[in-house]
Design a protein around this ligand. Structure first.
Ligand code: GAL
Length: 417
């Protein structure tokens, strides 16, 4: 696995990294949290660590979804410059752990009782070979709609419960001269939206079979074709300038009322929060139509590298702070996500956060909690990238029909396995 990770690493990445020996009293963190809401959330952590006497050495690599950040991380690791920790998604943690470059936080985990408080679905990705290699920060979910309330009132819209309701709602916005759907035409955003479309079109069992088990019959089924057709329908409601747009700019369109709705993970709520907007008054959060009861999740993890001994105290401080109950509440209130432990009260969360916490609990207990394929929790990175690529080619017209899309999807996933 090591060679797979490190081969082909381009050292000419776009971030500046000074190679001086990291100070033992600093936490060096690679992440892609560069939007307003994300930066505000990260500040909560910086402040907590400052109280403990640790300085923050920021290694930000812009680009939602983290593809650019993961390229940068590869380069650092290949050069032997391990950060104290890096933001990572699910299967990426396991890849680095298999490559033997992660540290071992098991002692801290035992002391802090992580085994009991972190849900099993997250432990699957933060524990490798019996050792804790990552600290889960949060649980995000992708199957949400974020709606501007004033626009909704203006067009007389109500919560869409089915895909057809959703299309009817988008039509209303269009008729009123508002951009119906705010989308950023980047592959990870398109695929993140498609995760929800597949769940809505095929239901929970189908989502699991296709997007987590990668069952070939499901991937090429009529239900998957229908999912692509539904995606094509949604894309007809996007404005002509969507290509390449960053996700937070799409969120800003909804915040300002230039667009009715964005389909996005609940990091979008971090942007509403940063803009001082209140759910129920300024915006509405609904589950993607036809997906209520299921949660398609991802979780940001701080992957902990095997740093030299004199840097380990800083790493333990970071890990301990990350999974403390007070931090889990304070951070996730700002980030838009929900806690990565099951024993954090929802008191400080807004209505969307409370719903997120309750939905996660229900889905976890009811067997309807599924990993997001677009967000690193459905399959290893190579497969996820193949998926994002096919979805994006379809959205941008390089793949023309849903027949062709499923054929390409099966082939791309097969090649990537
Ligand atoms: C996701 C990540 C979130 C969020 C988003 C946009 O992959 O899990 O924390 O910030 O990217 O950058």
């Amino acid at each position: 696995m090591l060679h797979k990770l490190l081969i082909g690493t381009a050292l000419a990445t776009s971030f500046a990294f000074s190679a001086h020996a990291a100070d033992v009293k600093e936490v060096q963190m690679l992440h892609w949290w560069t939007s307003g809401g994300e930066a505000a959330a990260l500040n909560v952590l910086k402040q907590d660590l400052a109280k403990e006497g640790y300085a923050w050495k920021d290694v930000p690599v812009a680009g939602g979804g983290g593809d650019a950040a993961m390229t940068a991380l590869k380069a650092m690791v290949a050069a032997g410059n391990y950060p104290t920790a890096s933001q990572m998604l699910g299967y990426t943690v396991l890849d680095y752990a298999a490559a033997g470059v992660m540290g071992d936080l098991t002692e801290t985990a035992k002391k802090e009782g992580w085994d009991k408080s972190v849900p099993a679905a997250l432990q699957k990705f933060s524990v490798y070979d019996g050792k804790w290699v990552a600290a889960p920060v949060n649980v995000h979910s992708v199957n949400w709609l974020w709606i501007n309330k004033a626009v909704m009132d203006k067009i007389g819209g109500t919560e869409p419960k089915t895909f057809d309701d959703f299309v009817a709602l988008l039509d209303k916005a269009k008729a009123a001269g508002v951009i119906p759907l705010a989308l950023g035409g980047q592959n990870w955003q398109e695929a993140t939206m498609f995760d929800s479309v597949v769940l809505s079109t095929g239901g929970p069992e189908f989502y699991k079979k296709a997007m987590n088990d990668l069952d070939e019959d499901s991937l090429k089924s009529d239900t998957m074709k229908k999912s692509f057709d539904n995606l094509a329908k949604l894309v007809t409601y996007v404005d002509p300038n969507f290509s390449g747009r960053d996700w937070n700019l799409a969120t800003a369109m909804v915040i300002k009322g230039d667009a009715l709705v964005q389909v996005m993970g609940d990091w979008a709520k971090g942007e509403f929060h940063a803009a001082n907007k209140t759910p129920g008054t300024d915006f509405l959060c609904y589950r993607f139509p036809g997906t209520d009861g299921s949660v398609v999740y991802n979780s940001d993890m701080f992957g902990m590298f095997n740093v030299p001994d004199d840097r380990k105290a800083a790493q333990v401080a970071l890990a301990t702070a990350t999974l403390s109950k007070s931090f889990q509440s304070a951070f996730n209130v700002v980030k838009g996500s929900v806690p990565a432990r099951t024993d954090v009260p929802d008191t400080d969360f807004d209505a969307c956060g409370k719903k997120g916490i309750a939905d996660l609990k229900k889905a976890n207990e009811g067997g309807t909690l599924f990993g997001s394929l677009a967000q690193g929790y459905g399959a290893p990175p190579a497969v996820a990238n193949a998926y994002k690529d096919v979805v994006s080619k379809f959205v941008h017209g390089q793949i023309k029909t849903s027949d062709e899309a499923v054929t390409e999807l099966v082939k791309a996933i097969d090649d990537a396995k």
